[in-house]
Write a protein that binds this ligand. Structure first.
Ligand SMILES: [Zn+2]
Length: 312
């Protein structure tokens, strides 16, 4: 006497489908973040810490995969309103200036804006080891306005002020990890000693990095009147467009300073997204007040990782 197991075809199909689903979950999600947890993260001290010896990949908690809007709830043809944009999970955006070793005459406060070469390498290595992937402003804009999906752990790396070491040191380092940067150029410095040339800006653009405007000569946007808008916004965008052969639609406020009056002036001149520093975004126009944090020269990779998770 033996027992007979009788399975119907629909039931077998269901079992097979469930198994294949479980297997695909197990084998396609191999991001490093799954190996990390809050409990195992090293304590992170103030910004003045030196790089402690910790195991690679040990950089902190997982970030929830919240950069993909459910397609059913939000058709990608619809442009999101300000409230929807503000409700989205923020993408960490880092702001760099100089990437070079500290000199004796560098002041204590200047060192926030000067990231030593080896430290910059460690910071980029941390991002790569943690599974971060860089995104460019166009991708960010598509995500914010239509819910278009981003990589699981997106980060944007921005570089202000046209410093030459962004071309000689930062860009090659980014490229070793497959990263892309966003370079906000102030056009008055082009070709000056220790600043990038037009050809170098063009080359960065040709290598897939994004080029944005950072005014003509770095004056505070809050003080512009009349022709200042032409001199500081209109002409620099046109000059950069002529250099790279592409539209220039992204802008970074000098010193991160902006006011609501500036936004219509920027929009009139073709700027579709503007980047500030860490102030609150404008409630009606978040795309022209996108937040960034300055990645300090004092920060170990662990400090940077913590700042990214706390600030965005
Ligand atoms: Zn600047």
């Amino acid at each position: 006497m033996h027992t007979q197991f009788r399975f119907s075809l629909p039931l077998l199909t269901l079992v097979a489908l469930s198994l294949s689903f479980l297997l695909s979950c197990a084998f396609t999600d191999d991001q490093p973040e799954v190996r990390l947890s809050v409990e195992t993260a090293p304590p992170v001290t103030a910004v003045s810490d030196v790089a402690p010896a910790v195991a690679a990949l040990d950089y902190g908690a997982a970030i929830p995969a919240a950069y993909t809007a459910p397609p059913s709830s939000e058709p990608t043809t619809k442009m999101a309103d300000a409230a929807t944009i503000l409700a989205r999970r923020q993408v960490p955006i880092l702001c760099y200036h100089q990437v070079r070793d500290w000199r004796e005459k560098d002041s204590k406060s200047a060192k926030d804006y000067i990231v030593p070469v080896e430290r910059f390498r460690e910071q980029m290595q941390m991002l790569a080891d943690s599974g971060y992937q860089t995104v460019l402003p166009e991708q960010l804009l598509a995500y914010l306005t239509t819910g278009a999906p981003l990589p699981k752990k997106p980060v944007m790396l921005t570089f202000d002020d046209t410093n030459l070491d962004q071309y000689t040191v930062a860009a090659p380092e980014l490229e070793t990890h497959g990263f892309k940067g966003v370079f906000f150029v102030m056009t008055v410095s082009l070709g000056r000693p220790n600043y990038m040339s037009k050809a170098q800006v063009k080359e960065l653009s040709d290598r897939g990095h994004a080029i944005g405007s950072h005014t003509w000569d770095h004056h505070n946007v809050k003080k512009y009147q009349g022709q200042d808008w032409v001199k500081q916004i209109e002409k620099p965008s046109k000059q950069l467009e002529a250099i790279i052969g592409e539209p220039v639609e992204f802008f970074a406020y000098p010193f991160g300073l902006w006011n609501p009056e500036a936004i219509p002036e920027l929009k009139q001149r073709g700027i579709t997204a503007a980047f500030q520093l860490a102030a609150q975004p404008h409630p009606q126009d978040p795309l022209h007040s996108i937040r960034r944090i300055i990645a300090s020269g004092y920060w170990s990779p662990q400090s940077l990782n913590k700042a990214m998770r706390n600030s965005f």
